[in-house]
Design a binder for this molecule. Structure first.
Ligand SMILES: [Zn+2]
Ligand SMILES: [Zn+2]
Length: 346
C-alpha cells in the first residue's frame, strides 16, 4: 500500500509499504480520511526522520482478527485511536490510561516511525477502534481524536451547569473547548487577540469573545458573575503571561487546565499562599483516555457536537505538499486528507 513518509524537513513522498498480516487481536482499517494535527505540523519542519504521520483516522473496517473481543464488524465506519495502552501499568489501572507508561504509537515494518495514518490502511489493536455512525462524513469522523483530547480537558475542569468559564485561544483546540463546555451547560468567554477568530468563536457558540490586549479580562469576567470569577480556565494557546492571567481570573476553588503547552517551557509567577487561601487548582490535560474517546465517538455519531466548521479543507491524498502548506497556515483549523479508493485491493 501507499504511505506518506517524511524524509527531511519540508520533504515527503509516497512510499510503497508492505502491510503485514493482522494479529488475532487486531483490526485492519481502510483509511477514508486522516487529519493533519499539530504533531504532524511540527514534524513537517523538525522530527526524527523518516516519519510516518497521521493519527486522526477515520475509515472502514476491512478485516478482523480471530480473537477480537469488541462487537466491531467488517464494513463498520470507525475512528482509530493511535496510541496503544498496556492496560496493566499503574496509570492504566487508575483511570489515567492517557498517561500509560508503555503506550506507544504504532510502528510499521521498515525504518519509518509514527502513527502511520497517512496511508491507505492501518492496523489497530481491537480496543483502539471505535464505531461511528455509518452515515458520518469521514472528514468529520477524523476529528474524534481531537474531540477526545478536549473532552478529557473539559472533564478536568469539573464543570457544573451554568458555570462561567474562560477559554484562552480560539484555534481548533479552543473552538472544541467552546463547543464541549457549552454542551456541559457552561457560559463561555473566549480570550483571543485575533478578531477573525473571535468572530468564529462566537459563531461556534461562545457567549462572549474578548481581546485580552484591549479588554481587562478579569474585570469582564467578574462583571458577568457578580465578582466571582471563572470556575475554570482552559489554556489552549498563549504565552506565560496568559497563564498568569488565568490564575488571576479564577474563582476560589476554580481550576486552571493547561491543555496547551508553552514553547519554550517558561516558569511563571505563582503565589503559594493564593493557592492555599483560595483552593484554586492547576492541572494539565494530555491526550485522550479510552473513556473520552468513546464519548467523542458517541457525540459525533449522535450529532451532539457539530465540528463541520473546523474542517477547513479536504485535500486529496496525492496533493500532500499543498495539504501541509495549508495545514500550517494560521487561517485554517483542520486540513484533512481524503484517501482515494482506486488502489484498494481487487
Ligand atoms: Zn491530534
Ligand atoms: Zn499502561
Amino acid at each position: 500500500m501507499k504511505g506518506l513518509i517524511m524524509t527531511a524537513p519540508l520533504t515527503m513522498g509516497f512510499q510503497e509499504i508492505a502491510l503485514r498480516e493482522i494479529h488475532p487481536n487486531e483490526v485492519k482499517v481502510n483509511v477514508k480520511a486522516c487529519g493533519i494535527c499539530t504533531w504532524e505540523q511540527k514534524a513537517y519542519t523538525k522530527t526524527t526522520y523518516p516519519f510516518f504521520g497521521g493519527h486522526e483516522i477515520c475509515g472502514i473496517v476491512e478485516a478482523i482478527g480471530s480473537e477480537v473481543k469488541t462487537d466491531i464488524q467488517v464494513g463498520d465506519t470507525v475512528a482509530v485511536a493511535s496510541l496503544t495502552r498496556c492496560g496493566t501499568c499503574y496509570y492504566c489501572r487508575t483511570n489515567q490510561d492517557n498517561l500509560c507508561l508503555y503506550g506507544e504509537s504504532k510502528t510499521v515494518d521498515g525504518e519509518a516511525w509514527g502513527p502511520a495514518g497517512f496511508a491507505e490502511h492501518v492496523i489497530a489493536r481491537d480496543y483502539e477502534v471505535y464505531r461511528l455512525d455509518p452515515q458520518i462524513d469521514p472528514a468529520l469522523g477524523s476529528l474524534a481524536e481531537p474531540v477526545a483530547c478536549v473532552l478529557r480537558s473539559v472533564e478536568m475542569g469539573e464543570l457544573d451547569y451554568g458555570d462561567t468559564v474562560v477559554v484562552q485561544g480560539a484555534g481548533i483546540m479552543g473552538m472544541l473547548h467552546i463547543k464541549l463546555a457549552r454542551l456541559k451547560g457552561a457560559r463561555v468567554i473566549v480570550s483571543e487577540p485575533d478578531a477573525g477568530r473571535r468572530d468564529k468563536a462566537l459563531a461556534a457558540g461562545a457567549d462572549h469573545a474578548v481581546d485580552p490586549f484591549q479588554t481587562d479580562l478579569k474585570q469582564f469576567v467578574e462583571d458577568l458573575n457578580g465578582g466571582i470569577g471563572a470556575k475554570a480556565v482552559f489554556f489552549t494557546a498563549g504565552g506565560p503571561k496568559a497563564v498568569e492571567q488565568a490564575l488571576e481570573i479564577l474563582a476560589m476553588g476554580g481550576t486552571l487546565v493547561l491543555y496547551g503547552s508553552l514553547n519554550p517551557d517558561t516558569p511563571i509567577a505563582l503565589s503559594p499562599n493564593k493557592v492555599h487561601y483560595t483552593e484554586i487548582r492547576i492541572t494539565g490535560a494530555s491526550k485522550h483516555t479510552r473513556k473520552s474517546f468513546q464519548e467523542a465517538a458517541n457525540l459525533l455519531s449522535q450529532g451532539h457536537i457539530d465540528v463541520s466548521d473546523l474542517v477547513s479543507e479536504r485535500v486529496p491524498f496525492a496533493q500532500y505538499d499543498y495539504a501541509f502548506e495549508r495545514a500550517v497556515s494560521p487561517d485554517t483549523f483542520r486540513v484533512v486528507f481524503l484517501m482515494e479508493d482506486e488502489t484498494e485491493e481487487a
